[in-house]
Design a protein. Structure first.
Length: 120
């Protein structure tokens, strides 16, 4: 009976490295190491970007002006978003009122139009 090491050495002489990995992976004995190069590069790039942003914003000569501009832009964005949200809320509220009026008119026996009892 041959031991495990003897079998391994015989198999390594009969097959090349790729064939052995292929056989081992089919048998469930080998899993290739995960490829983390893309993740590492993304983290490195993000680190460089954050460093550059900090350097840009904390610059003693122009940093105060840049921070004020950024603050003003964020403030403007928030104000515009609030206005648009209020307009959308008003729009959907008016549409809901219209649906309720049409439903009331249809239940009351009108022709389905809004304001059936209006003179003009």
């Amino acid at each position: 009976m041959m031991d495990r090491e003897t079998i391994k050495s015989m198999a390594s002489r009969m097959m090349d490295r790729d064939s052995m990995r292929n056989l081992a992976s089919r048998a469930g004995l080998y899993q290739p190491p995960p490829n983390t190069f893309g993740r590492e590069m993304a983290i490195l790039t993000a680190g460089f970007g954050m460093g550059a942003l900090l350097m840009y914003m904390l610059d003693p000569a122009q940093g105060r002006r840049r921070r004020a501009l950024a603050r003003d832009q964020v403030s403007h964005f928030v104000t515009e978003a609030e206005k648009k949200m209020e307009a959308k809320a008003r729009h959907w509220s008016n549409r809901a009122r219209g649906v309720v009026a049409e439903t009331k008119s249809a239940v009351a026996g009108g022709d389905g139009g809004v304001g059936d009892n209006q003179p003009f």
